[in-house]
Design a protein around this ligand. Structure first.
Ligand SMILES: [Zn+2]
Length: 173
């Protein structure tokens, strides 16, 4: 009763496309094939395409479109891929979208604050009395105050004092 007839590429094609249908249904569409032979052929076909289907999943580190969920190192949660953004080069972001947004915002805020601070220090003009304090010298021509002391006296950073001294030293003498 079992006839060993070579499977044709067209038949394999049908096998491949009907994996989710009952074997009997598929057998009915393939003359001369039984549900049992369809089941067996499915195993063979599945064996052939198995590497394609499973390789991405097993090697997935946020790289595969077969991925369905993974742990976000940012919040430590095991989340479905819907919680991640796709990378432009393919695959998924390592961190979930919420964590990405949070870190990006924190980074932007921090950068803005730093820039503001730098600009503030940099462009705030020195007053005459501040310069007098910072540039004050003793009889021997040495700074009357250490950099740190001068900075504390005028409420600026040591770097700012240093900068002012370098800038105004010659102008003052
Ligand atoms: Zn996260």
């Amino acid at each position: 009763m079992t006839r060993k007839r070579t499977w044709m590429p067209a038949e394999d094609q049908i096998i491949r496309e009907t994996m989710d249908l009952p074997a009997a249904t598929v057998a009915a569409r393939l003359p001369g094939r039984t549900p049992r032979s369809v089941s067996q052929r499915r195993a063979v076909v599945a064996g052939i395409i198995k590497p394609k289907l499973t390789k991405p999943a097993t090697t997935a580190r946020g790289r595969s479109h077969w991925l369905i969920a993974k742990t976000c190192p940012g919040c430590g949660q095991f989340l479905p891929v819907a919680a991640y953004s796709r990378r432009s080069r393919g695959g998924w972001d390592q961190w979930c979208t919420a964590c990405m947004r949070r870190t990006t915002r924190a980074h932007t805020d921090r950068e803005a604050a730093q820039t503001r601070e730098t600009a503030h220090r940099h462009y705030q003009l020195w007053t005459g009395s501040e310069l007098d304090t910072v540039l004050a010298q003793d009889a021997g021509g040495r700074w009357l105050h250490t950099t740190a002391d001068a900075a504390a006296l005028v409420g600026r950073t040591s770097a700012a004092v240093q900068h002012a001294r370098n800038t105004y030293r010659n102008a003052a003498t």
